[in-house]
Every structure is written in C-alpha cells, then in structure tokens.
Write a protein that binds this ligand. Structure first.
Ligand code: BGC
Length: 466
C-alpha cells in the first residue's frame, strides 16, 4: 500500500458549537466531581497506531490469507511513526492530562542485541511531545507484538525470553527514563495466552493447554524481572501491568455447573496472575504452589482493562474448559466482531465490582483503568457507555477505592488485531486510506468531562444529539 499522501488532519478547524452544547447539556442535572489530580487519557498500542511495523510477528500474520477479518492489514495504521504529533494536539484539545502508549520491541531491537537508537529517539520525540502538552505518558513495554527474531527462537514458549525481555526493558528504560516513570510491563497477559495458545486465533495459533501454562509462567517471570530492572534504574518509578478483567459469572442463576465453569474461568483468567504478583505463589495449574520471591508485590498499581462481563454456560467439553461464554439476553450489546458475537454487553457495574475486589485484595494499591471503551462506528452507544462507566468509577472512589486515572480505548480508530479495521473504537473516526480524522460526538463529551474533571450525574435522559 503506498503511503498516505496527506498527514493527519489537525484538530477540527472549528469546534462544532452544536456538539459542544450537546456535550454540556449532559451536565444539566448536575455533575459528579472527580479527585483534583485525576488522570484523564486515552490508550493506544504501537502496532495498532504506528504503521509499517514490518518486523514483528503480527505483520507476518496479517499476510496470511484469512487471518484477519475482511483480509485487512495494519498498513500505515494511524501513521503515528511519521506523524503522531497532530494526534497529540487532539489529546491536548480534549483537555487530556495522560496518555497510555506502547513501544514496539521490534523497532527498538530489530536484531537480537542490536538496538536502534534512531527508533528510541523517535519515542523520545513522542514522549517529549506529550510532556510539552501537559500529558503524562504511561508506557507499555509489551502489547501483544514480538520481534520476528524472537518468534523464530521460540518466542514466549522458550524460557530464554525472560532474560531477553529484561535486556530490552533495561535499554528502553535507560533511554526513555527521563521522560517517563510510569510503566506497564505487559498488556493483558492472559488475553495474549488465551488467543495465542488456547483459542489459537492469534499468532502462534496454538491450542495446547500445557504450553499455554508454560507461556504464562514465562510472562510472569518476565514481568517480575522487568519490574525489578526498572526499579533498579528508576527507584521511584510506578510499575505494574494491565490486566483484562471479565468477571465470569454463571449464566443461569443458581445453576451449580454454570457456577463451577465460571469459577474455573475466573481462576485461570483472572486470579492466577493477580494472586501470583501479590504473594509470589504459582498456583495450580501454573505450578504446584511454589513461591517465586521475584514475583512478590510486583505491582505498584493495578492496571485494569475492562470492557464487559462474561456469563458462562456449562458444557461437558474440556476443550472449552467446561464453559462457553455468552451475554445475558435483554442487555444492550455492541456491534458484533468477526464471529458474529457482539464484542461487549453493557455492564458498567462490573467496573465498580472490579475496583472493589482489587482493593479488598490489595488495600491501598492505586488503580488505573488502563482501557475501557466500546466499538461503535455510529457513536450510538458510546456516549452513554462512557458516562455510565465513569459514574461507576466515581461510585468506587466514593466508596474508598484508590482509582487515580481513566484511559479510554481509544483516541482514533485503530487496527483491531484479528478484527482488522472492522471494529471502530475511536473518539475520532479514521479513514485509513486518507488518514482523515472526524471527531465523533463522544470526543466532545469526553472533552467536557475532562475539562470539568467531572461526569454527568444523570444517565436518564440523554439530550438529543444534533
Ligand atoms: C487490547 C487492545 C484492543 C482492545 C479492544 C484490548 O484487549 O489491549 O489492544 O484493541 O482490547 O479490542
């Protein structure tokens, strides 16, 4: 694909007065104020926005016919490698004071042990650009992609990855540390494992439970090694991970087998990781309760990626781990993904529940919502989903949870992994061929929320949209 001719259009030249008043009207019944230093941001990841990331395993995967919905490719993505700055301007115009982004291992270390300092310089420009605009960066060090050279030597299945990841992290933190002290080691480890080694839908497309558990152990050790390496370089750094949480529950109320299957999913998908990074214990089936001292207390904060809540229905099939997920009937649902299942069901109270559970598990550890959003090309659901989730976050804060920030997924429509360009999460719509951006109404609403540091009190009567 030839490079797009145009650079991303800067902020809409004129802010639409109608949409501005529409956003303000949400607050007509009052507002719920957030703490003074609350962080408002959006979240992105390198491969999904940078474009032309030819040296990682996802780029290779995209070339396989049928791998990505509609045969899409990431291509120039949101063209950030060349032109991130206009989007940084958008963030500033939305009154954002925070942004979560990731660095691409395959750009920084294109060959084993060979570090590309021009790539690190480009990240310095972007991080500096954020800081110049009053936006505090949170940098993720692994967000689903690996250099091809790592894949060829066994990727995350081979234990050697732990030391290789630590070396990459050390080099990156040494190079960027004066511009960032807020780090996320690994994004959604259990999504990465489930998609790559259980469901077999993402590279390396395997379905083998023992290997999935081995990869999980390597991810845990890599996280722990990275955690300590960062603290050696930056003693005051805030280091954690971003954990996807789905709060599996039995589908049929009171049905014991549904409850059992949901409990198993929660154990595997949610508790194993969170518990291990607290007390250092590797619980079955990860291992037989061995304690690894490297893991103890390796989260200075909890990063929570929350989209929806799953309901599990028992099935005798062990290949599904005895449960299949579906959304409850009669609940509002988002656009479907490639397999026809809606991406999410409307379940904002789940966000309150996650915060409460984490706070009970680890009192005082700060929580950041490192992702939350909904695919919604027409922006029909997003305004209400946004307000409803933030109301629940406000409630969690009122009830004593230390929630310090919220990063909406995402600023501009970006490349959605196996769903390609099929799911649109952006506050701004993107035409990937022209790179033209168009703000959705939610961009105005989120701007108003960040500007006031408050969320509308009422969800009852959303004002009509111009
Ligand atoms: C991932 C993002 C992804 C988003 C929406 C999260 O699982 O971290 O990379 O784009 O969900 O699907």
């Amino acid at each position: 694909m030839p490079p797009p001719q145009s650079t991303p259009s800067p902020l809409p030249p004129e802010i639409s007065p109608e949409l501005e008043s529409w956003a303000k009207a949400w607050f007509q019944d009052g507002q719920l104020d957030f703490p003074a230093d609350f962080r408002w941001g959006t979240a992105t990841s390198a491969h999904q926005v940078e474009g032309n990331n030819t040296l990682n395993q996802w780029w290779a995967f995209e070339q396989i016919p049928g791998a990505i919905w509609h045969g899409d490719r990431s291509g120039w993505a949101c063209d950030w490698w060349r032109h991130a700055e206009p989007d940084l301007d958008q963030m500033a115009a939305l009154h954002q004071n925070a942004h979560r982004l990731s660095v691409e291992w395959s750009r920084i270390e294109p060959q084993p042990g060979h570090f590309d300092h021009s790539a690190l310089d480009r990240y310095r420009e972007i991080l500096g650009g954020l800081r110049d605009r009053g936006i505090e960066p949170l940098v993720t060090l692994h967000h689903f992609t690996n250099p091809l050279w790592l894949e060829r030597r066994g990727g995350w299945e081979d234990g050697g990855v732990v030391a290789l990841f630590r070396r990459f992290v050390e080099t990156t933190v040494q190079a960027l540390g004066d511009l960032c002290s807020f780090w996320c080691t690994i994004n959604e480890p259990m999504v990465y494992v489930a998609q790559g080694w259980f469901l077999g839908q993402w590279p390396p497309q395997r379905s083998h439970f023992p290997t999935a558990m081995r990869v999980t152990r390597h991810l845990l050790f890599a996280h722990a090694e990275a955690y300590h390496a960062i603290h050696r370089i930056q003693p005051d750094a805030m280091v954690g991970y971003a954990k996807h949480v789905r709060l599996f529950q039995g589908l049929r109320p009171g049905h014991p087998l549904d409850r059992y299957a949901a409990g198993l999913k929660r154990w595997l998908f949610e508790h194993l990781w969170v518990a291990a990074t607290g007390d250092g214990l590797l619980r079955p089936p990860l291992a037989g309760f061995e304690r690894d001292p490297r893991l103890v207390g390796t989260r200075d904060y909890f990063g929570v990626n929350y989209y929806t809540q799953d309901r599990t229905r028992f099935t005798p099939n062990p290949l599904h781990l005895f449960g299949v997920e579906q959304f409850p009937p009669h609940v509002e649902q988002s656009e479907p993904g490639r397999h026809g299942r809606p991406f999410a069901a409307f379940a904002p109270e789940g966000l309150y529940q996650v915060c409460q559970e984490l706070q009970r598990h680890a009192p005082g550890v700060p929580i950041y919502i490192t992702e939350n959003g909904v695919p919604d090309r027409e922006d029909r659901l997003r305004p209400r989903w946004l307000v409803a989730h933030l109301q629940q976050l406000h409630r969690a804060i009122q009830d004593g949870c230390h929630v310090r920030g919220y990063y909406h997924w995402t600023l501009v429509d970006n490349f959605e992994w196996a769903e390609g360009w099929g799911l649109r999460f952006g506050l701004f719509a993107l035409d990937p061929t022209t790179q033209e951006r168009t703000p959705r109404p939610s961009a105005y609403l989120y701007r108003e929320i960040a500007r006031r540091n408050a969320v509308p009190r009422s969800l009852e009567v959303p004002p009509p949209r111009p």
